[in-house]
Design a protein around this ligand. Sequence first.
Ligand SMILES: Cc1cc2nc3c(=O)[nH]c(=O)nc-3n(C[C@H](O)[C@H](O)[C@H](O)COP(=O)(O)O)c2cc1C
Length: 210
Amino acid sequence: MSNILLGVTGSVAAIKTPELLTALRARGHEVRVVATRAALYFFDPTGWPDGTLVTDDDEWPRRGAGERYQREDPVLHIELRRWADALVIAPLDANTLGKLAAGLADNCLTCVARAWDVRRPVIVAPAMNTHMWEHPATRRQLAQLAADYGVPIAQENDVDAVLAATQAHRGTLTIVPPQVKELACGDVGLGAMADVEAIALAMQAALNSV
Ligand SMILES: Cc1cc2nc3c(=O)[nH]c(=O)nc-3n(C[C@H](O)[C@H](O)[C@H](O)COP(=O)(O)O)c2cc1C
């Protein structure tokens, strides 16, 4: 059994979070969810056991009450990073992809990712509108992320080449490619998050290869 941290960002595909949580747990793993503020718009965590969901408010305990950090307070993103054997970010939206590529850390999830030991598995499942997926920034940012995880990236001109290079490298970064579907906005095209089962399989394969 492994400890899996499921990062969820503000794509409409975050509605599948309960289903994905169930699928990851079905493989016998302990799973906790760290959600961005935008992600919380898309799923209802009511009934989840205490400690399953981590939000940015948990990083800054009692801040709303005007209190300050106490020396014995844990630094939650570092605790989570220590706890997790693998980080799954599904869905990975365009905004958080950009932050990961730039090394930005302005919420709990991106702080965990920024503090991550890159020798441990990271599985990301991008999900965005087709126009976002086809924008040159996606290729540039995925290539940067892949390079950070040791993937030898040449002057890759298209996103498929970055995905292929990442897959061929068989390192700790797994990119589960999006699929063609009718998207929530009504457009039909590439950009929908991979199926939950495909993400669970990718996570298990990544864990098995460490
Ligand atoms: C209804 C709705 C659906 C959205 N779906 C997506 C999406 O599928 N992919 C994406 O990249 N952004 C999507 N966005 C935009 C993100 O939520 C927005 O960029 C947000 O700032 C992301 O924040 P986060 O990366 O911290 O979660 C959506 C926004 C709304 C309001």
